[in-house]
Design a protein around this ligand. Structure first.
Ligand SMILES: [Zn+2]
Length: 383
């Protein structure tokens, strides 16, 4: 199996491929933009452009040479895809390093077998010192096939000092300061504000914007074989991110994570509309502290989806519900609290602000405590 084709981002891709052919591509880049918008996929696409042995006259990778066939199958020995992983149990740093590389291999195997695979981990994934050491080792050897090595380092914000391994970010910084001449580093992040400023200052930022909802629907129709009407409905609530759309699908590979986030979002909504301040406090305390930043962002996204459905109910448009199973719960909230659509709109803006705060270094529990108080005020104004 190979990765699905890249959808969208034509402008950015045009600029990147022109830089590759002109030999002016920065050695270290940071793809930033909303979660699920395709940053790592475009990173791997760029890796293919760099590795292609006989580019077409328009500069794009030929799609036929050995490298072009290997990169999308995640089989190219000089293209290394890194992502945060849960910490394995290991007695020594050396064992930890080995086990982290084993789990990365296993995760890559899943992604090779299923291009829609979304990992579901029991523990919060992060970058540990062992991962960075593995990355450094690959960076220090000569390329196996071509003349360059490319590293795609996904969710780079998981490399922050308050994670379990403070030295990982600093070790990575050393690599960024003096990368081997034959090495390209592509970092991706949906929370670039959470990256060490010293890391941010050493990478060329490249912004990837949300896709038109139509294009997300096209993807779902063509690549997932969905009926057009379903594809458009999911595309419409995907915020222009294919990755997000895939996580919304029932039975998605990452249903475990999505389900957990959806439930966490519901708990927050229920706490916000509860009469009891103690409920709100315990909901805030139930949110993981700084460690699991990605998970927290996911919970806030889930809360936004709940609020959008609440809006549909409050506005008397139940046909617009994304999750019809929860209509009864939302009806109850609207009826009991005499909730109006205007209040829900304010609450949605508030979640947006919370998500921006969450990408900085603010404690998630403080953000949630504030957020729930605010949402309560927005929703229950009439009550
Ligand atoms: Zn090629």
């Amino acid at each position: 199996m190979a990765l699905t084709p890249v959808y969208g981002h034509e402008d950015v891709r045009g600029i990147l491929v022109a830089a590759v052919r002109a030999g002016t591509l920065a050695q270290s880049l940071l793809f930033h933009g909303p979660s699920g918008v395709g940053k790592q996929r475009v990173g791997l696409w760029l890796a293919q452009q760099i590795m292609c042995e006989s580019p077409a006259p328009d500069g794009l990778a030929c799609g036929r040479c050995q490298s072009c066939r290997m990169v999308p199958r995640l089989e190219h020995p000089d293209v290394h895809w890194f992502f945060p992983l849960p910490r394995p149990d290991a007695a020594t740093p050396e064992k930890l390093r080995e086990k982290l590389e084993e789990s990365r291999g296993a995760e890559l195997a899943y992604r090779r077998a299923d291009p829609f695979h979304v990992p579901a981990y029991d523990r919060a994934p992060a970058y540990f010192m062992g991962t960075i050491q593995n990355l450094q080792r690959f960076a220090s050897v000569r390329p196996a096939m071509g003349s360059r090595k490319v590293f795609v380092v996904g969710d780079a914000e998981a490399m922050v000092p308050q994670e379990s391994s403070p030295e990982a970010a600093n070790a990575f910084l050393k690599l960024l300061e003096e990368p081997p001449a034959d090495t390209t580093l592509i970092l991706t992040s949906s929370s670039p504000g959470a990256l060490l400023p010293t890391i941010r200052s050493r990478v060329l930022p490249v912004r990837l914007v949300p896709l038109p909802a139509e294009m997300v629907a096209d993807f779902l129709e063509r690549e997932k074989g969905m009926a057009r009407a379903d594809a458009e409905r999911v595309g419409g609530i995907s915020a222009g991110a294919i990755g997000k759309a895939l996580r919304l699908l029932p039975g998605a590979g990452g249903a475990g994570v999505l389900q957990r986030q959806r439930e966490a979002g519901r708990s927050l909504l229920q706490a916000a509309t509860s009469a009891s301040a103690a409920d709100r406090l315990s909901a805030a305390n139930a949110v993981a502290p700084a460690g699991a930043r990605g998970e927290f962002t996911g919970t806030l996204e889930a809360l936004s989806l709940w609020l959008r459905d609440l809006m549909a109910v409050a506005a008397g448009a139940p046909d617009a519900l994304a999750f019809t199973d929860d209509a009864a719960l939302l009806n109850g909230i609207v009826t009991r609290g005499r909730v109006e659509a205007e209040g829900v709109a304010s609450a949605l803006l508030r979640v947006q602000e919370a998500r921006e705060l969450a990408s900085g270094n603010v404690n998630p529990q403080l953000i949630v405590a504030d957020l729930l108080r605010g949402i309560r005020g927005d929703l229950l104004r009439a009550g």
